[in-house]
Structures are given as structure tokens and as C-alpha cells.
Design a protein around this ligand. Structure first.
Ligand SMILES: [Zn+2]
Ligand SMILES: [Zn+2]
Length: 169
């Protein structure tokens, strides 16, 4: 979806500017989130730990908090599955819709535009919109190939999900 992501060098600059040290754990959390796309704090911790054995969970949780505060990542609250984190583009609003598989817990970006008329209607009748997180819950097509939750949330084929969604089933 054309998200311009910060490189590791950009991340290092952002941390320095905000007065934070660059640590191997922080860089690892960043790289993992960039690759894994939507991951819970626990999934992130397990992956950091598999590379950097001396890492404790609280370091990883604090890093996630720090990145969230700096606007580098955002958390998506997913019913029954907790909060999933993803890298965001701090230079613009890149919020987007998600497909959540309630069976394997995978979370995938989907192209689902909310039309301007609907947004304007909400603004007029209810109030100013800060962000629009749309979650579609279902069961994904790839249960046989579904990732183990401790493994990469390598997402099911996105085109298939969109087809499934638009067929209305
Ligand atoms: Zn699934
Ligand atoms: Zn996403």
C-alpha cells in the first residue's frame, strides 16, 4: 500500500533526536516489526529473544511503549487476541483496514476504502474523526498453511482475502 517506511538509519536518528540510546534490542524490535507486519508484544519478544538471548521481556515491552509514544508504531486492539503492533508512517495518516482470522489469529492489511460521504456524515452527526480502524473478522483460507503463532505471521494471500470478503460470505 505504498507505505514509506523509515529505514534503520532514520530510526537511529529519531531515537537520538528524542534523547534515547540506540541499543541492539531496540534495533531488533524495529527490524522484526518491519518484517512481521502485525505482531503482539509476546511474538516480538520471542523473536528478539531468539537472536539476543540476554534480552528480558520487560526491555522489549518498554521498547514497544517507547516506539508507540514516538509515533513510529501503532497498536491495534484485536478482539480476543490482544494488541498487535505495526510500523506506521509518521509523515502521514496511513491507517488502513484489517482482516483478522479468529482461528489462527493472523492479521492482514486489506484495501477497503471508507468513502468520503460516509466520513463526512459521521463528522457532521457525531463529531471529529481522529482515526478509522476497520476490522473484519473471519476465518482465513489458509488454515493448513496457517502460521504457528510463535512463527512469522506470514499472511495468507491478500488477493484471496479480498475476494473472499467481496463475495460477501
Ligand atoms: Zn487463519
Ligand atoms: Zn496493518
Amino acid at each position: 500500500m505504498g507505505t514509506r517506511q523509515l529505514s534503520s538509519n532514520d530510526l537511529a536518528d529519531r531515537l537520538r533526536e528524542a534523547g534515547h540510546k540506540i541499543t541492539p534490542q531496540r534495533m531488533a524490535v524495529w527490524e522484526i516489526l518491519k518484517k512481521g507486519k502485525h505482531l503482539t508484544a509476546d511474538m516480538i519478544y520471542q523473536r528478539v529473544y531468539s537472536n539476543l538471548k540476554f534480552t528480558d521481556a520487560s526491555t522489549v515491552y518498554r521498547t514497544i511503549e517507547l516506539f508507540t509514544d514516538l509515533g513510529l508504531i501503532r497498536g491495534l486492539l484485536v478482539n480476543n487476541h490482544g494488541t498487535y503492533y505495526e510500523v506506521c508512517d509518521p509523515s502521514r495518516d496511513d491507517s488502513h483496514a484489517h482482516f483478522v482470522c479468529t482461528e489462527c489469529g493472523s492479521v492482514t492489511d486489506i484495501d477497503l476504502a471508507i468513502d468520503d460521504a460516509s466520513l463526512q456524515q459521521i463528522t457532521r452527526t457525531l463529531g471529529k474523526i481522529a482515526r478509522a480502524d476497520v476490522m473484519i473478522y473471519g476465518s482465513c483460507l489458509g488454515e493448513e498453511n496457517a502460521p504457528d503463532l510463535s512463527e512469522a505471521v506470514s499472511t495468507p494471500d491478500q488477493a484471496q482475502l479480498i475476494r473472499l470478503f467481496s463475495s460477501g460470505t
